[in-house]
Design a protein around this ligand. Structure first.
Ligand code: ZN
Ligand code: ZN
Length: 501
């Protein structure tokens, strides 16, 4: 098992190549907020697009919604977020620094040691002072202030609806997308005439005022979720088991297979069953898919069996019935729900970490992001071998414009060809097209062009000579998942090694 890619390497590549920037960087940055750059937004859109295609578009039992971020405040009372979505916090009475009560002991602490005339030391987390033997009792940050008793701090972002900042106008930025699927349950059921089991999917932003966010885009205050609420009839049985338990296992398998399909290696994925005492109050069973991130094994997504808790809560608080009429049994039932909930930002981090490779090619280091072609931000780069030849440049621009009707395709002539290839490798572009003298011919010497270009495969660095007229068909085949060896077999390799690997 290879070592995970380090976070520093990913942060630096992300900034250098336009994947992720620190938010408001010119003002010193905003805490734990990140901006996706030109390549980051393509990658993120691709992740959301394939997720939607695989879990909504192609499935007869799934529909989508796109709900507003601001919801009725009672939603959060009914869901339990107002009362339970809290972390215990302690404050320093001197420096006012705020800590999560359960994290204070995991911090290194500042100590003014009485045994050494009050000299200042920073002592590793959990250890006593080597001089006086004291353990930490004061604020670990300043070493002077006493800490308050723990208080519960709600993680929802509070804001005001309308022009008056008064208590009655308080509302919240949603801390999860899930609740919109529950409160729209009946609207979706009636408008789409659905039969159980069926699911409602949504991808969108959520907000949590985390006290100790961090680790790049792993934990941020504003993030994007891809959530599914899959409703099942609790009275049904599938394969001799209660329907909710059957579907819970199915979703765990399907989600795991989905991450594998788009490039995460099996070695870096595992399932983790929640213990009884860590289950959320509404959950019958929860399983996390964990990924071996640069920070260690951590949650990539969770798949929870939320039972009928949410629909019952919203029925109670809204006074509206949120049930399903079971035709067979002639009775109204409250469906159970299985919730596969994934974070887009976390998925993006995992896909990047897993795709990153450093290889040695002819004594030189090659950095390459081996993205699945469907996720790669740029699908094809068109490169002229000689930028001084007008006909070569013109042909390259025409090819780019043609291919760009279907995919994200770029043109680059700002360096020598070897360098241009390395640049595309580093951002995970699966294919390059090189236009050279052979393509356009040499009219002064009376040589006709062959109207073929060299296409190059990122992973094998192999090349093939393909007629310009067939480029669209070849890339459709390759980008649909055909292996390079199969597509390239029909074409000759370039005669001269003029263009290098
Ligand atoms: Zn302090
Ligand atoms: Zn001491």
């Amino acid at each position: 098992m290879s070592e995970p890619t380090s976070m520093d390497v990913l942060v630096s590549l992300s900034k250098r190549r336009g994947f992720v920037f620190q938010s408001s960087e010119i003002y010193g940055g905003t805490g734990s907020c990140w901006d996706y750059g030109p390549l980051g937004v393509e990658l993120k859109n691709n992740i959301k697009r394939v997720w939607w295609r695989d879990f909504v578009q192609t499935r007869a039992d799934m529909v989508g919604i796109d709900a507003s971020i601001l919801m009725h405040p009672t939603v959060w009372k009914a869901s339990g977020h107002l009362d339970h979505f809290t972390d215990p916090m302690v404050d320093c009475r001197e420096c006012k620094h705020r800590f999560r009560a359960d994290h204070v002991d995991a911090l290194p602490w500042v100590h003014y040691c009485p045994a050494t005339k009050g000299n200042k030391f920073t002592i590793p987390a959990g250890e006593p002072c080597g001089h006086c033997g004291q353990r930490r009792t004061l604020c670990p940050q300043c070493g002077k202030g006493e800490l308050t008793a723990p208080r519960q701090f709600n993680l929802m972002f509070k804001t005001f609806m309308g022009p008056v900042e008064e208590d009655a106008a308080v509302t919240y930025l949603r801390p999860e997308t899930a609740q919109a699927m529950f409160v729209n349950f009946d609207n979706v059921l009636q408008s789409m005439r659905l039969k159980l089991p069926f699911g409602i999917a949504q991808a969108g932003r959520s907000f949590r005022n985390e006290i100790t966010p961090g680790n790049f885009i792993f934990r941020t205050r504003e993030f994007e979720q891809m959530e599914i609420e899959y409703f099942v009839n609790p009275n049904d049985r599938v394969d001799g088991r209660p329907a909710d338990e059957y579907w819970h296992d199915r979703w765990i398998e399907d989600c795991m297979a989905w991450f594998r399909r788009y490039g995460l290696s099996a070695d870096n994925l595992r399932l983790r069953e929640h213990e009884r005492d860590e289950l959320a109050h509404y959950a019958k069973r929860t399983v996390d898919i964990e990924y071996r991130f640069p920070i260690g094994w951590s949650e990539l997504m969770g798949i929870a069996n939320r039972t009928d808790f949410d629909l019952k809560q919203h029925a109670k608080w809204s006074g509206k019935s949120l049930t399903y009429f079971d035709d067979e049994r002639k009775e109204h039932v409250v469906p159970f729900v299985v919730e596969p909930a994934a974070g887009v930002d976390r998925a993006l981090l995992a896909f990047m970490a897993d795709a990153y490779r450093e290889e040695e090619v002819r004594g030189e280091k090659r950095v390459v992001l081996k993205f699945h072609p469907e996720l790669a931000p740029i699908k094809v780069a068109v490169l002229p071998l000689l930028k001084k030849r007008d006909d070569i440049v013109r042909t390259a621009h025409t090819i780019r414009a043609d291919l760009a009707k279907h995919w994200r395709v770029v043109y680059d002539d700002t360096a020598a060809i070897g360098r241009l290839y390395r640049r595309q490798d580093e951002v995970g572009t699966p294919y390059c097209v090189t236009v050279d003298v052979q393509t356009v011919g040499d009219s002064e010497r009376g040589e006709a062009g062959d109207f073929r270009v060299t296409i190059r495969d990122r992973d094998s660095m192999e090349q093939a000579r393909v007629p310009i007229a067939e480029l669209g068909a070849v890339f459709r085949e390759l980008l649909d998942g055909a292996p390079w060896s199969q597509a390239a077999r029909r074409y000759p390799a370039p005669a001269a090694k003029a263009s290098g690997p």
